[in-house]
Design a protein around this ligand. Structure first.
Ligand SMILES: *Cc1c(COP(=O)(O)O)cnc(C)c1O
Length: 381
């Protein structure tokens, strides 16, 4: 079946009693055992039918054995990190989601989980970071906010040779454009708050394990920690995910046009978009993904222009987050990546002249017009 169809059929007809087309919201903490026999549902921390519907949907979309739904992307990542013990070492993409960096550097460090942050787009750096205590490689590709692409097949090969787990944060690409489990990754994680939900109205996380044994381990950790998604939010995700294919196509089309337009502006120094042929990892991206997504970043030449743009955009909203139908712009150095020390940020290229754009599904001419006015409107130096 094609992914467009799998997406639309997510959660359809899950209630044989009524034939309800949309999965009902089973707003119940506990379930009766008729005649002393469990229906398969006992207590909603362990399993809830609305949550099961989105868990089965994401497992089918990512082509894995087990899907799990969490209260946020961070609670999915936290639960995955519970797989590790003191002294275990992880190799992690250096330019990754700021919240994941904070979780590793300020929380899991208390439990002596050791981390090397490396440029995972450089396969030699990944290989040389492996130690006897290394247990997993955690990759975000493309990275946030600099859109570097890691060679997933190369990373997975290293992991398999050394018996390490490969964990991929697939938030930016979604299963519509990239399916890391099919390349041999072990776990895929999503902040479903972003493209999967797609409407900036729900905080949620999802993960899929390729093999059932690992999936059951993670299910045990989720039930133990209680990091679950509630039935209302599970339903919102089911509702959002149905249009993912249409949304991703439009996000990408708009992002490509905007990236090309930004490149031509004299105020712009650099545009980071994996869909531009001059992107350093363009060929690797094409080989492992069926698209480039709808995220782009750019730097302006003059630092003062940043506040000017942020203050003058009228349509594009200055707000954190990404992946919704509405275009959002963020200033990573002061928002999503503020927890990364300035010196490290500058080394990574997350400077105070960098802006990140989550390109929405509005008409692209309106987005370009908004930028034109913000760039040129009344910029008086
Ligand atoms: C937003 C985000 C997260 C965290 O997800 P929440 O749903 O906000 O907890 C993790 N990884 C990436 C790439 C993200 O963009």
């Amino acid at each position: 079946m094609h992914i467009e169809t799998t997406l639309v059929r997510s959660g359809v007809a899950k209630d044989p009693r009524t034939g309800s087309v949309s999965t009902p919201i089973y707003q119940s903490a506990t379930f009766e055992h008729p005649g002393g026999v469990s229906t398969g549902y006992d207590y909603s921390r362990t399993a809830n039918p609305t949550r099961t519907a989105i868990e089965e949907a994401i497992a089918a979309l990512e082509k894995g054995a087990t899907g799990l739904a969490f209260s946020s992307g961070m609670s999915a990542i936290t639960t995955v990190l519970f797989l590790f013990k003191p002294g275990d070492h992880l190799i992690v993409s250096e330019d990754l989601y700021g919240g994941t960096y904070r979780l590793l550097e300020e929380v899991f460090n208390h439990y002596s989980i050791e981390v090397s942050f490396v440029d995972t787009s450089d396969i030699y750096e990944v290989e040389s970071a492996v130690r006897p205590s290394t247990k997993a490689i955690f990759v975000e590709t493309p990275t946030n906010p600099l859109m570097k692409i890691s060679d997933l097949k190369g990373v997975i090969q290293i992991a398999q040779d050394k018996s390490l787990l490969t964990i991929v944060d697939n938030t930016f690409m979604t299963p519509y454009f990239q399916q890391p489990l099919l390349l041999g990754a072990d776990i895929v994680i999503h902040s479903a708050t972003k493209y999967l939900g797609g409407h900036n109205d729900v905080i949620a996380g999802l993960l899929v394990a390729r093999e059932q044994s690992l999936g059951e381990k993670l299910r045990f950790l989720q039930n133990s920690a209680g990091t679950i998604l509630g039935p209302q939010d599970s339903w919102l995700l089911l509702r959002g995910i149905k249009t993912l294919a249409l949304r991703m196509e439009r996000h990408q089309e708009n992002a490509e046009k905007l990236a090309k337009w930004l490149k031509e502006q004299p105020e712009v120094e650099e545009v980071y978009f994996p869909g531009l042929p001059e992107h350093p990892n363009y060929e690797i991206g094409r080989g492992q993904s069926s698209g480039f997504g709808g995220m782009l970043s750019f730097t302006v030449k003059d630092k003062e222009l940043v506040s000017h743009i942020l203050g003058n955009l009228k349509l594009i909203t200055f707000a954190e987050s990404l992946g919704g139908v509405e275009s959002l712009i963020t200033f990573p150095a002061k928002q999503t990546h503020a927890d990364i020390p300035e010196e490290i940020r500058n080394q990574l290229g997350i400077t105070d002249r960098l802006l990140r754009l989550s390109v929405g599904i509005e008409h692209v001419e309106d987005l370009i017009q908004d930028f034109k006015e913000a760039f040129h409107g009344c910029y008086c130096k």
